[in-house]
Ligand binder design. Structure first.
Ligand code: WT7
Length: 643
């Protein structure tokens, strides 16, 4: 978490002559020119993206916040990610895949990617998948995950990737909410030398779903059981199918994917993105922020199950025709230098990861890095939470050998594309600051009343191409939760993040201001973990707060009121942790659970989590006069003290 000490002017890192000279963007006037933001988005879309039919207008804001971009255009993101590269670089490596077992690896050229995507698109068709049908994809980090996504997009189906770390219950909830017709999965994959039994989790999830077909990749050969009439092996399904498949010309606003993310209620939100604007936004940010050139090997370490993976493993980099690297396994398996080993082995040039990983390696010592030649690297990126200046400088010094700019990128599942980040050729860096908004994006900070301020909530004041278009099945939640009129009656987007702006106009992100946690950069709602706890027979009420954690950034801590007849015990605590793991997944399991008699509530019954967090951190509690019963504070402190 950021605090005021990091807000001091600090050091400034100027772009090196080398970086500046070669960068895609090296004219500082770009920021000024981009004030006319629709012209910029028009030019980018025309110069960098291919359309089957040109659009009539860049933006339709007549039904805000249901904005439409590139109105009337016909496009397919897979044409821009694959087909258009075939003539000029068909033999170029599109995907380098490294399995967790060292001897398992694969290189896929753009031409081969084309054939495999086409073949699987045909396979989906044989299962009856049509335009706008939803296909849920639940698997580990293997090339077929991208192939399945791109195959859906090619025929106009909507993919819904669910992170492989989610439990069967969480998977089921998403499959049902999205009303998926088909699930694509695998028998299992490797993690820390063990096999994760993916298909088993899927079978459990499907006990209460009405999915028509399940396609299964054989990855580990663990004899996964197949349900007759529902399940089919990927390789059998593809047998004899052609490796050509028409790329459907779709409307710019045609749905591309749904990706669930956490909010302030127990129900995850199905964030919806579309072909046209998302293609433009992810393409140009990949090109300008990561400054990708033809010879680069780009490694974004995010799991494809999160938005970072969608935008900067798959769509952005493929749209610019880059070589991407995907690694299946754990960062520290079999040894803590596995990542550095991979960078050296494949000559990775641009590396994009999260502060939580950087902090983890920082604690392990630099020795693991020093064993490897990392001189191929030329640019480093970070995303997911605030990076404190100390970790920034460690990353700069030990991973980048003081040679590579550290590019801190702020964005969200909802924004689809990077919103605030330096442009490596022109933007001076300040460790801990995300620097300036991307050209063509208008950002500000508002106080509670919606008036501009130097410190308050981060807002985006104009629509942007890769913005989410809706929440799946919840248009009202979409319109109400994110958009509000400012003082002058203009509709603006509220991010849920607290931020400050310094005298140079640089942004500093403070963290979430709502009840959303960031655990190892992953987004989890307090309410989501609370409903998981409450679904246990012993629990009457629960409140979850995020406690600062040295490596994870934050970790959930739960305060639980038991139903009468249940007594606190070590076993029950363990049981509750297992329950949360089964309901959501391992990432959501509270580090600590306290059994309390009562939760601090206002007179109207709202739980005051702020007080619980202060107690947990041992900080001053502040004002408690709004509480219905102020003695509860002391009682909870005693429970904690007795631990
Ligand atoms: C939230 C969005 C899209 C990136 C992966 C996370 C936090 C993201 C930064 C950053 C400080 C950051 C914000 C944001 N966040 N990047 N560079 N500095 N905070 O996507 O799961 O949708 O979470 O992550 O709090 O609102 P997400």
């Amino acid at each position: 978490m950021n605090n005021s000490k990091e807000f001091s002017p600090g050091e400034i890192y100027e772009p090196s002559e080398e970086t500046r000279r070669h960068a895609w963007v090296n004219n500082e006037r770009i920021y000024e020119m981009a004030q006319d933001y629709l012209t910029l988005w028009d030019e980018v879309a025309k110069n960098d993206i291919e359309w089957f039919e040109p659009y009539e207008s860049v933006l339709d804001d007549s039904n805000a916040p249901f904005y439409r971009w590139y109105v009337g255009g016909k496009i397919n993101i897979t044409h821009n990610c694959i087909d258009r590269h075939i003539d000029s670089k068909g033999d170029k490596t599109a995907i380098i895949w490294q399995g967790e077992p060292e001897n398992e690896k694969e290189r896929i050229t753009y031409h081969e990617l084309y054939r495999r995507v086409c073949r699987f698109a045909n396979a989906l068709r044989t299962l009856g998948v049509q335009e706008e049908d939803v296909v849920t994809i639940y698997m580990g980090m293997v090339p077929e995950l991208l192939i399945a996504m791109l195959a859906c997009a090619r025929i106009g189906a909507i993919h819904n990737v669910v992170f492989g770390g989610f439990s069967s219950t969480a998977l089921r909830e998403r499959i049902n909410d999205a009303n998926a017709k088909v699930v694509v999965t695998m028998d299992g994959y490797y993690r820390r030398g063990k096999v994760i039994e993916t298909k088993r989790i899927v079978d459990k999830a499907l006990e209460a779903c009405s999915v028509e077909s399940v396609v299964v990749i054989e990855r580990v050969g663990n004899g996964a059981s197949m349900v007759d009439g529902r399940d089919i092996w990927w390789h059998e399904l593809e047998e004899g199918l052609p490796d050509e498949c028409e790329c459907k010309a779709l409307d710019s606003e045609h749905a591309l994917f749904i990706l669930y993310t956490s909010g302030t209620t127990g129900k995850p939100k199905g964030v919806l993105h579309v072909h046209g604007g998302y293609n433009v936004g992810t393409h140009i940010t990949t090109k300008w922020v990561f400054d990708l050139k033809d010879r680069d090997v780009f490694w974004c370490t995010a799991d494809i199950g999160w938005i970072t993976g969608h935008s900067y493993v798959v769509y952005g980099p493929l749209s610019v025709g880059a070589t991407i690297l995907i690694y299946e396994g754990a960062p520290d398996y079999p040894q803590p230098d596995r990542w550095w080993n991979i960078i050296e082995q494949y000559g990775v040039t641009v590396f994009y990861t999260a502060p939580t990983a950087i902090r983890y390696f920082m604690k392990l010592s630099e020795e693991w890095l020093k064993k490897h030649d990392l001189s191929s690297l030329r640019l480093l990126g970070t995303v997911g939470e605030t990076i404190d200046p100390e970790a920034w400088k460690w990353y700069y010094r030990y991973v980048g050998s003081e040679r590579c700019p550290v590019i801190d990128t702020w964005w969200q599942t909802e924004t689809g594309m990077v919103i605030i980040a330096p442009l490596p050729g022109i933007t001076k860096l300040k460790p801990g600051s995300v620097t300036l908004p991307f050209p063509g994006i208008l950002v500000d900070i508002c106080d509670e009343k919606g008036n501009p301020a130097d410190s308050g909530e981060l807002v985006i004041t104009n629509p942007w191409p890769a913005m989410f278009r809706n929440l799946w099945g919840e248009p009202e939640r979409f319109a109400k939760q994110y958009w509000r009129s400012n003082g002058s009656g203009k509709l603006i987007y509220f991010t849920g993040d607290g931020a400050r702006k310094d005298g140079d106009g640089y942004y500093w992100i403070i963290g979430r201001i709502d009840e959303v946690l960031k655990v190892s950069g992953h987004r989890l709602g307090s309410a989501e973990i609370e409903s998981a706890l409450i679904s246990h027979e012993a629990v009457s009420e629960a409140a979850v707060v995020g406690k600062p954690h040295e490596i994870k950034g934050e970790t959930p801590v739960a305060f639980v009121v038991l139903k009468t007849g249940y007594k606190p015990s070590v076993e029950l605590k363990k049981d509750l942790k297992t329950h949360v793991k089964n309901e959501i997944g391992a990432i959501a399991v509270p580090e600590e659970i306290y059994f309390v008699e009562q939760l601090p509530k206002t007179r109207s019954g709202k739980i005051v989590r702020r007080i619980l967090l202060a107690i947990e951190k041992g900080e001053k509690i502040g004002d408690i006069t709004t509480l219905e019963d102020i003695t509860v504070v002391e009682k909870i402190k005693n429970v904690k003290g007795a631990k």
